[in-house]
Design a protein. Structure first.
Length: 301
């Protein structure tokens, strides 16, 4: 009797195939983990790909030091529960060592500083493949990505020089010093992610669900008040019922007003929206029309 995979089951099978291919083909892979929903899914898929054996590679968090506390607590709990090796590449340490210069001003962010820290850590640990949770539906530059995204010896990305991927055949050939960013969930949408989280009962930080938080309005976004981010003159703090659609540096990640306290309610919200999560809530993508592409060319995620 024929069996037919559901849409999300097919996406899972494709992603697990990609993860296993990388583990077989590359010598020193690692998984980039931020504690956000997409990297949580990639980690869940990787654990599932090799179960009951332990994860055969480490995870790495490029830490800006400006994180939502709930996300760091979640990261540490996942690492402890699954016996995973965690590498933290710290932006703060790079600043303290004089390797990075912190921005100043009310819209300062450490987001761009992650690139140099990521590239240095990749070289230090001699990683030749880094799994990421980017999806093509997130943003125009990420829509140009291949599943195997080639990076040259300087860690840079050339969108016009990517290799063809016909019939799901991936070319991982590289010279010493070059590496790949690998995106197993490239073909997923935000809605696919939430359906999978629900079906697999994957835990995620509670900031993805509606909660009361002190926020203020800036650049048409609700930004959370944290020790790293305070309102400027004329910006008023309000307590609102909000949730986060994406999680990054707390200084440039906005919340959306929402009453969705369950995954099914979030799915209903996402199904009705016409703006991507990064387009709606990430200030770092609004610097210019090609902000993400410019950062990716330099070596960003």
């Amino acid at each position: 009797m024929k069996t037919h995979l559901s849409h999300v089951s097919y996406l899972e099978a494709e992603a697990i195939h990609i993860i296993r291919e990388v583990a077989a083909e590359f010598e020193r892979p690692a998984l980039l983990f931020s504690g956000g929903k997409d990297s949580i899914i990639v980690l869940h898929l990787a654990l599932k790909a090799f179960a009951p054996a332990p994860l055969p590679f480490p995870i790495m968090h490029v830490d800006t030091g400006h994180n939502f506390p709930e996300v760091i607590e979640f990261r540490d709990r996942v690492v402890a529960e699954n016996g995973i090796r965690l590498i933290v590449a710290s932006v703060q340490e790079a600043i303290d060592a004089g390797k990075a210069v912190e921005e100043s001003g009310p819209r300062a962010s450490r987001n761009r500083l992650q690139t140099g820290v990521l590239l240095n850590a990749t070289e230090q640990h001699r990683f030749d493949a880094l799994f990421g949770g980017a999806r093509r539906d997130e943003e125009k530059a990420r829509a140009k990505e291949r599943v195997y995204s080639f990076r040259d010896e300087f860690g840079q990305w050339d969108p016009k020089g990517q290799r063809p991927e016909l019939w799901n055949l991936y070319n991982g050939k590289h010279k010493q010093g070059e590496h790949f960013r690998v995106f197993p969930i490239s073909n997923w949408t935000e809605l696919d992610v939430w359906h999978y989280l629900r079906d697999e009962e994957v835990p995620i930080p509670h900031v993805y669900f509606a909660h009361k938080r002190d926020v203020f309005r800036r650049d048409n976004m609700w930004l959370g008040v944290t020790e790293f981010l305070q309102p400027a003159e004329g910006e008023t703090v309000e307590e609102r019922l909000v949730r986060f659609r994406t999680i990054g540096d707390a200084t440039c990640t906005g919340a959306v007003e929402s009453s969705a306290t369950t995954i099914d309610q979030v799915i209903d919200e996402v199904a009705a929206t016409r703006i991507t999560e990064r387009g709606a809530t990430r200030a770092d993508d609004r610097v210019s029309e090609a902000a993400m592409e410019d950062r990716k060319k330099e070596g960003y995620f």
